[in-house]
Design a protein around this ligand. Structure first.
Ligand code: SF4
Length: 350
């Protein structure tokens, strides 16, 4: 994982609590600038990727609520951070934003209090469901990559400790990075890390500035050994057909990926591993932006003959694979998965 060294920190006045000041001290060489709102930054004349490397934003998360998910987790926790160092070309976190630097919310105490109040108001014991048989699960990484944020701010380790010690709540997040600093912390299986996987050649095209698939596969046993629960996240599944000898049909590449996962994972890790599968959704605005930034990756993401428009769970207009064809492909995906890695349960697929 590349080191993050911002040269400018933008902060709101109310972000400079103890946590915020610690972050300013952590990057003494960075210029600082006060801004009125963390989510309405002043115009900066800087390309997309450069803003992700050079800027850090500190803010206070004012609206703190736990939202129902029912997919990766029971609930989505209020964001600990927003934005990401990576530049995945399909990333919904980057959609609608000209620049999307990493924002750390420094009011971690208030955020964790919100989660505590929320979980203590849920029925207990919890009815087992696909997200977890025992604990209420909270996704803490829906708007950022927690592995990256962990090295920037102590607030993430604080959140890990909160979930480790909580009698009813468990944290979960998907990641495309391998942060070995996290191995020094033992969450006692109360933090579930979900490594995102896709065929390596495709990842090289679209998972911009993230860690290679091979590294993510190599990390699985180590994270389990350190005390994390480890699942995998096949996301996004991109449908493509053979375009040359490097790019076979998506089915063949996924079979190979399943075999790589099978080889990489120790038996005791397999026993606890499950997966989730999410087919690509895309977006017209993002497609146009990608044509400027990364036209090669766009060749496999944008397939109007296979895609249709849909309204997302949160109201946005996106593009997804045509409904009937997608359900056929989902069956195919699960069929291949069962043949190659029958030990890996599918928590959900959509
Ligand atoms: S790593 Fe995750 S959050 Fe970061 S750009 Fe990629 S998909 Fe988005």
């Amino acid at each position: 994982m590349p080191a993050f060294q911002p040269n400018t920190i933008l902060h709101t006045a109310d972000a400079l609590n103890e946590q915020g000041l610690q972050l300013l001290n952590k990057f003494p060489g960075a210029a600082t600038q006060e801004v009125k709102q963390h989510n309405r930054l002043p115009e900066v004349d800087m390309p997309h990727y450069k803003a992700k490397s050079d800027l850090l934003v500190l803010g206070r998360l004012k609206t703190r609520e736990c939202k129902w998910s029912g997919r990766s987790s029971d609930y989505i926790a209020p964001s600990l951070a927003n934005g990401c160092f990576g530049g995945c070309t399909y990333c919904y976190v980057d959609r609608h934003k000209k620049i999307n630097p990493i924002t750390i919310f420094t009011n971690i105490d208030e955020i964790l209090e919100t989660v505590d109040r929320h979980v203590m108001a849920q029925p207990w014991p919890k009815q087992p469901n696909q997200t977890d048989p025992y604990y209420w699960t909270y996704d803490i990484g829906c708007n950022s990559d927690i592995s990256v944020d962990y090295s920037i701010s102590d607030s993430i380790a604080q959140a890990f400790r909160f979930f480790r010690d909580h009698p009813r709540a468990k944290a979960t997040f998907a990641t495309k990075f391998v942060n070995r600093e996290m191995l020094a912390f033992n969450p006692q299986k109360k933090v579930r890390i979900r490594f995102s996987l896709m065929p390596s050649k495709v990842s090289k095209l679209v998972d911009v500035r993230t860690d290679p698939i091979e590294k993510r596969l190599e990390a699985i046993n180590d994270f389990y050994g350190a005390g994390y629960e480890v699942h995998v996240n096949f996301s996004p599944v991109i449908l493509y057909h053979q375009v040359n000898n490097d790019f076979r049909d998506w089915e063949e590449d996924y079979r190979e990926l399943f075999r790589q996962l099978d080889d990489a994972t120790r038996p005791e890790v397999k026993k606890q591993m499950q997966c989730e599968v999410i087919f690509l959704t895309h977006n017209k605005w993002q497609h146009l932006a990608n044509l400027e930034i990364n036209p090669k990756g766009e060749e496999i993401l944008w397939a109007p003959n296979l895609q249709e428009t849909k309204r997302s769970q949160f109201g946005g207009i996106n593009i997804r694979y045509e409904h009937e064809m997608k359900s056929e492909m989902m069956n195919k995906f699960v069929g291949m998965l069962k043949e190659e890695i029958p030990w890996c349960g599918v928590r959900y697929i959509f």
